[in-house]
Design a protein around this ligand. Structure first.
Ligand code: SF4
Length: 294
């Protein structure tokens, strides 16, 4: 029996053969339902080998929605007058974390924009204080997702017992990055993740689909993430937001996101790959799990 190209690539990946850039691009460019099912089945098999069918749950606390940046895709970008702005008190953050922990989540994520109160002043003591309070209140793994942090602050967070640092590049194509993360330094973000690795933090990177990215862009991102050795890898799809430069972008289906999840699973079988539910809510969980997320 002759295997299709997709079947041959997936079979080799399941046998432990690394994927070439051309093979990654081929899988990321699939537009045929049957071919995609072959890929998704291989990704599920790979996930089963490393994680069984366990699903890890996250709890997010968005504790400051102020941001000095103007990312083209983000509702919280500086100057968006429609965005609600708040900074939660430390006590409220701890309370939310405790109730999330009780609800059964496996990881607590402290998320904030690049709040000028911290970033412009270069004073990260409030973030460090909150992380310390949460650390003392619960034994759950803690992630911080605050934007680009100085190495010294990452070191302090690690000393406190923070486990994960999430910093999404969104794309590893420099030209696309410049159009998405306006006025930001590509290499500074890469360096911050490298610093976090060196300090013993677990690191998450993520990419955004539906922003003009093509299979070669997505392949470049996945191979860069693979080479960096991130412990958690994520794909999301753009939801066009009002009062942002991408407000009129077309809302894409989750097709490319699911292909990315599946290829991530073949490339990085033992890594955590979240099913992001921002676009479809809980209804979007099954299709992402079926693509290899966990
Ligand atoms: Fe949004 Fe984060 Fe960019 Fe701020 S840095 S605009 S919160 S994506």
């Amino acid at each position: 029996m002759t295997l299709t190209i997709t079947e041959a690539i997936c079979a080799a990946a399941l046998d432990g053969v690394g994927l070439s850039r051309g093979e990654v691009e081929h899988l990321l460019g699939l537009d045929d339902f049957e071919d995609a099912e072959v890929l998704f089945a291989a990704a599920r098999e790979q996930r089963r080998r490393y994680f069984g069918d366990a699903v890890f749950l996250y709890g997010f606390v968005y504790y400051s929605t102020y941001c000095r940046r103007s990312c083209a895709f983000c509702f919280y970008r500086a100057g968006n007058t429609l965005s609600p702005r708040y900074r939660k008190e430390a006590g409220e953050v701890v309370e939310i974390c405790l109730s999330l922990a009780e609800s059964g989540v496996n990881l607590l994520d402290l998320t904030l924009g690049e709040d000028p109160l911290l970033f412009d002043a270069g004073d990260f003591s409030s973030l460090i204080d909150v992380a310390g309070l949460v650390r003392r209140a619960t034994s759950h793994p803690i992630m911080v997702s605050p934007g680009v942090l100085p190495r010294a602050v990452l070191a302090e967070l690690r000393c406190l017992g923070v486990d994960f640092y999430a910093l999404y590049q969104e794309t590893h194509s420099r030209e696309l990055f410049a159009r998405l993360r306006l006025g930001q330094d590509f290499d500074e973000r890469v360096r911050a993740r490298q610093d976090a690795h060196e300090l013993g933090l677990l690191v998450e990177d993520g990419i955004l689909c539906g922003v003009g990215d093509r299979p070669p862009d997505r392949a470049r991102s996945l191979l860069a993430i693979h080479d960096a050795g991130e412990q958690q890898v994520r794909a999301m799809t753009l939801v066009p937001q009002r009062q942002t430069p991408l407000a009129r972008a077309r809302l894409c289906s989750n097709w490319n996101e699911r292909l990315v999840i599946a290829v991530m699973r073949l490339l990085m079988p033992d890594r955590l790959i979240p099913a992001s539910l921002d676009v479809e809510g809980i209804e979007g969980l099954a299709s992402r799990l079926n693509a290899g997320a966990n």
